[in-house]
Design a protein around this ligand. Structure first.
Ligand SMILES: NC(=O)c1ccc[n+]([C@@H]2O[C@H](COP(=O)([O-])OP(=O)(O)OC[C@H]3O[C@@H](n4cnc5c(N)ncnc54)[C@H](OP(=O)(O)O)[C@@H]3O)[C@@H](O)[C@H]2O)c1
Length: 327
């Protein structure tokens, strides 16, 4: 463990540079558990981490990578022993605490989840932060009443990480009336290949921002935000629920109160970063067993040196499905 590989982002004169470097443990943030990282993955937030003023990395130099799976090699935490297979998503990792694009990570044990016995380290990162978030959204909606397989469900951002995993889980659970929303027509076939029963493009949404339109959906998982959310809310049916997970299309939300007070629509937020440990364990166990869709997903495996190339694809809106990084 003397010297090992990590991607390091540095800031100099308001410019970012990143490359693979040989570092040692002194370059890692503090923590009471050291993990030999096996896989990491690429998420929308990782792309933001590679941008100056992306709002993700708060201090430089930083090892990016907001999630990882690996094996414990040293531990002062009684809950973890050498050889335990663990997964980490969220908290400050890859933002203010050195992250997963490194052969070793040092973290507080209280951030780690034991990988369920039926799941491998590679499978864990096939889900990664995006898939875990998708599962949180499905779990939340089911707890709020999404139990009828004929429910009309909309997934916005269905070709991306969160959306494609949400779609796979829902299809696997037997839901049969799912509409995938894509950015433009070129992606329609991909959404169908992923299993969407119907596909619409966001450009075909009603741009007039009517306070209410015809009631089309009972539930929605929205990874896009911005104008797309503004247009989903008026199209929700009575008692409809929108679970919002992301802002790939923008932060602003323009709405009226009418969907809420005339159709009893609810807008619920999904956060994977600070979610409690009991929920983390429960949802990872669902993904490892009843909800296992790892073989249904479009997954590309890359090396550390290919990370910048895929980051650019995410930035340019050219990224599809999930990309995992073999560390
Ligand atoms: N709440 C949390 O804890 C949490 C966790 C993970 C991710 N997120 C957030 O969730 C969002 C999605 O993450 P991801 O990893 O799935 O990203 P991703 O793989 O890059 O996918 C983004 C998706 O958004 C779609 N999109 C972007 N702009 C759009 C628009 N104007 N209209 C319709 N679709 C649009 C893209 O569609 P096309 O392919 O058709 O262009 C793509 O399917 C990000 O904002 C991310 O930060 C939040």
């Amino acid at each position: 463990m003397d010297k090992f590989n990590a991607i390091v982002i540095r800031e100099n004169n308001n410019e970012l540079s990143f490359r693979r470097e040989m570092i040692d443990l002194s370059s890692l943030s503090e923590g009471n558990v050291i993990v030999h990282v096996n896989y990491s993955s690429l998420n929308y937030k990782d792309m933001l981490g590679f941008q100056l003023n992306g709002g993700v990395i708060r201090n430089y130099p930083m090892i990016p990578g907001i999630d990882f799976s690996g094996e414990v090699v040293q531990s002062d935490d009684p809950d973890f022993v050498v050889g335990d297979e663990v997964v980490l998503t969220g908290y400050d990792v890859g933002m203010a605490h050195t992250g997963g694009f490194s052969e070793y990570a040092r973290v507080p044990g209280k951030w780690l989840v034991h990988i369920p016995a039926t799941m491998g380290m590679r499978e864990t990162m096939i889900y990664g932060t995006a898939g875990f978030t998708a599962a949180l959204a499905v779990d939340r909606l089911q707890r709020m009443g999404m139990n009828n397989p004929k429910a009309r469900i909309l997934i916005a951002g269905v070709t991306g990480g969160v959306g494609s995993v949400a779609l796979a889980i829902l299809k696997n659970l037997g839901y049969e009336n799912i509409t995938g929303m894509v950015h433009n027509g070129e992606r329609e076939q991909i959404a169908r290949d992923f299993g969407a029963d119907h596909v619409i493009t966001s450009s075909r949404l009603d741009k007039d921002q009517k306070p209410l339109t015809s009631a089309k959906y009972d539930f929605a998982i929205d990874a896009v935000g911005g104008e797309v959310t503004s247009q989903i809310l008026p199209a929700m049916a009575y008692d409809g629920i929108v679970a919002i997970t992301g802002n790939a299309g923008g932060n602003q939300l323009f709405t009226t109160v009418l969907p809420f007070i005339l159709r009893a629509v609810s807008l619920v937020g999904i956060d994977s970063v600070s979610v409690d440990m009991e929920t983390r364990n429960r949802v990872w166990n669902l993904l490892a067993r009843e909800w296992d869709v790892t073989t249904d997903l479009r997954v590309e495996e890359i090396s550390m040196d290919q990370i910048p190339e895929v980051v650019n694809k995410i930035k340019d809106g050219q990224h599809i499905g999930r990309t995992i990084v073999k560390i």
